[in-house]
Design a protein around this ligand. Sequence first.
Ligand SMILES: N[C@@H](CCC(=O)N[C@@H](CS)C(=O)NCC(=O)O)C(=O)O
Length: 235
Amino acid sequence: MIDLFYFVSPNARKIHMALEELDLPYAVRWVDITTGDQFAPQFLQVNPNGKIPAIVDHDGPGGAPVALFESAAILLYLAEKTGALLPDDPVARWEAICWTVWQVANQGPGLGQATHFLKYAPDGGHTDPYAQDRFRAEAGRVYRVLDERLAGREYLAGDMFSIADIACFPWTRLHRNHGVDVAEYPHVAAWSERIATRPSARAKIEDRRDEATKRFEYSAAQRAVLFPTAPEARS
Ligand SMILES: N[C@@H](CCC(=O)N[C@@H](CS)C(=O)NCC(=O)O)C(=O)O
C-alpha cells in the first residue's frame, strides 16, 4: 500500500495519474496546504521541504517502508518499482528522464510563478506589471519548447506514453492561468487532448476544499500560509 500525501494541485495530480496508470493500491492522505498541514511535524518527516506531493510506500525496497518527495523522484521511483512508464530503449529512456526533469526545473516553476502573478497576487498582480510580464513571457517560452518537442511525436519520448507525459500534462490543462491559450500551441493541444482520454487522467480524488478555496478566494490567513512575504520566524 502507498500513502499519497495530496492536495488539489497539478504536481499532486501527476502522482495520482501514475498510481492509476500502474494500478498500484494507494490511500489518499489529505494535506490542506492552505491551513498549514504541510508544516506538521509528522508530515515534515515524510517531506522535510513541507510540500505535496509525497508518498510513503509501505512495501519499499527490501519490503521496508520508504518516504519519497519531489514529484520527479516519485515518478522515477514508481517507474523503477514496476518496470513501466519508461521506454526500454536507452536513448528514449533518457529522453523521458530529461523531459521529466525539464518539467520540474522549467515548466512547473515558470508556470507556477505565472499563475501566482497573473491570478493570485494581491490586486490581481496589477501592482507588479514587471512580474506579470516576466512570467507571461516565461510561460510562452515553456509552451513553445514543449510544442516544438511534440511536433511529429505522439509523446514526449516518442511512441511510448511515459512519466514525462504524466509530469507535463496536468500543467497544460491549466493554460488559462498562465496567460496562455493552448490552442496557439497545436502540438501541445493535440497531445493534451489525447492524454485527457486516458482513464488515469479521468480518475478523481474527492475534493475536500471548501467552496471559497475551490474558487481560489483565499483568506488573509490562507495567504499568509501559502504566499508568505516575510522571512520565517525562527525561535
Ligand atoms: N518541485 C516540487 C513542487 C511541489 C510544490 O510546489 N507543491 C506545492 C503545491 S503544487 C505545495 O505543496 N505548496 C505548499 C507550500 O509551498 O507551502 C514537486 O515537483 O513535487
